[in-house]
Design a binder for this molecule. Sequence first.
Ligand code: NAD
Ligand code: UDP
Ligand code: UDP
Length: 321
Amino acid sequence: MKRILITGGAGFLGSHLCERLLADGNEVICADNFFTGSKRNIIHLLANPYFELIRHDVTFPLYVEVDEIYNLACPASPVNYQFDPVQTLKTSVHGAINMLGLAKRVKARILQASTSEVYGDPEVHPQTESYWGKVNPIGIRSCYDEGKRCAETLFFDYHRQHGVAIKVARIFNTYGPRMQPNDGRVVSNFIVQALRGDPITIYGEGQQTRSFCYVDDLVDGLVGLMATQGAVTGPVNLGNPVEFTIRQLAERILALTGSSSELIFRPLPQDDPQQRQPNISLAKQLMGWEPMVMLDQGLEKTISYFDQLLGEAGPSSRGEG
Ligand code: NAD
Ligand code: UDP
Ligand code: UDP
């Protein structure tokens, strides 16, 4: 049995990872400041004696004794990370320093939840790990993109300078149950809009692309990467390589919900990447990993989750009454 710290464990990805690592027979410590996460995501785990919850902001030091650390703490949706950009940067940078200092002291393996945003608005397509990216250092997405890039630098410097065992995962757009209904990400926005019969807000003309990975596949990838031999540091792309335009995504969600919501077009936000698709050859080669869940299958599960959530919130949240 390992003792594993998950920062950001009460968030969307973190809560699924807590579940998975407990099911695998580990002891899990979840540290979260509940900025975008919620107790609701992990409430079913609180009675488990092998699960511990700490209200903690990773920009402050944390002293615990653990074997492994998954560093997921950071708001992930553009709406949330732009709400307090300075705090977003502190979370990525000071959070990484503190968690790396902890990993160094207790000789724990540490995995960083990095992001496809390190590639910015990419000129190389699909994106491979060797591509350095095209990122605006002073735009409204920079607090997230540059924070995550700096965190990667810190991980590699702690590895080279102090011998810390690191794993860096570059996560591409992931979706599934427990995304927040109001966090502004495209999958949750479109599903909630479709279920309520509200207009579907497409930014730009909807010709920009993303590649959507279902959460269970992503969690398998994170756990698989942590288990690779010591010499493997990454960065490793984790995502589903099947690429869709945002308009195609809207059409799939309309078809699967049976909604008659209209499509409306809104201005494209600044620095919104035009295309994004992971090359996952490295993950396949290192751990035989590739996503198993097709978009429609994953969307159906996500739609059921939001349908239930909106139902619990009452008829007005569905736009009825
Ligand atoms: P999320 O917003 O649901 O989860 C982030 C969690 O971190 C929340 O529980 C939040 O309360 C917590 N948190 C934020 N700042 C904190 C701080 N200073 N101290 C402690 N906890 C803090 O987002 P998510 O989608 O679950 O993302 C998890 C991680 O994966 C993030 O690091 C994100 O950058 C990365 N990621 C996610 C995606 C995706 O598509 N979901 C893609 C790329 C990278
Ligand atoms: N740190 C932590 N928990 C630990 C050990 C360190 O939070 O168990 C923090 C500590 O506050 C420090 C940071 O990690 O600021 C970096 O630690 P490191 O040992 O690399 O640097 P130093 O302590 O020399 O600044
Ligand atoms: N998007 C959209 N309508 C929305 C929310 C997002 O068209 O209501 C677009 C957004 O402009 C981007 C894509 O969908 O091109 C993915 O956005 P998201 O915020 O989910 O993630 P990211 O841009 O970080 O990949």
